[in-house]
Design a protein around this ligand. Structure first.
Ligand code: ATP
Length: 199
């Protein structure tokens, strides 16, 4: 069965942590492709993204330009709000058909929000949520999830945990560093850095 990894986020900006863990996860899963799916905004964050939708998409395009196994979809950017992950997964499910197993990649920090996702059971019936390790966050624990959604869904989640390398990079940290004049050269793709400086 073909496998495709969908990677949602605000990517404000996209950084080397995103690319490295997604690349690693795709290898473990055996996914032919990672599709980055930037969101207009995160329903789980208090503030709106700082960079515009177009700038965030342009930066992703620059970061993945030399990677044949990476792609980007603007489906969440172009869809009227509210935009749900389930809509995105249904969109890819109907485009690729049931012969492709879809994975939805999330970092371990997103686990705390998982129980709040809109129609999470339907999402998990259509795709596998693959939880990646993240530096500074506890290893995935699904006990709360099991209590709310039952053991079979929690079991499915725990089977798709990926022990990605711990990479201490976040978009928040990058924005702070740039604002205070510190170097982010090692944290983002050189063309993304150039784009940020130009903009
Ligand atoms: P911010 O600091 O603004 O919250 P972020 O660095 O977490 O941003 P997002 O675009 O919100 O970046 O992340 C998209 C997805 O990538 C989320 O599921 C997040 O958990 C995951 N992710 C981001 N950075 C890492 C990392 N260094 N290691 C593992 N997962 C990550």
């Amino acid at each position: 069965m073909k496998k495709t990894a969908l990677f949602g986020g605000t990517f404000d900006p996209v950084h080397n942590g995103h690319i490295k863990v997604a690349e690693y996860a795709a290898g473990v899963i055996g996914a032919e492709k990672v599709i980055m799916v930037p969101a207009k905004r995160s329903p789980h964050k208090d503030s709106l993204p700082f960079a515009s939708a177009q700038d965030r998409m342009n930066m992703i395009s620059l970061a993945i330009a030399s990677r044949d196994n990476f792609d980007m979809s603007d489906c969440e950017m172009t869809r009227p709000e509210p935009s749900y992950t389930l809509d995105t997964i249904e969109y890819f499910h109907s485009s690729y058909g049931s012969e492709t197993q879809l994975y939805w990649l999330v970092g371990a920090d997103s686990l705390k929000d998982l129980t709040k996702w809109h129609r999470i059971r339907d999402i998990m019936d259509l795709c596998r949520i693959a939880v990646m390790f993240r530096a500074g966050f506890a290893n995935p624990d699904f006990s709360e999830f099991a209590r709310i959604f039952g053991r079979s869904y929690a079991q499915k989640l725990s089977e798709s945990v990926i022990q990605t390398p711990l990479i201490e990079i976040s978009s928040t940290d990058i924005r702070k560093k740039i604002a205070s004049g510190q170097s982010v050269k090692k944290l983002i793709h050189p063309d993304v850095l150039k784009y940020i400086i130009e903009k």
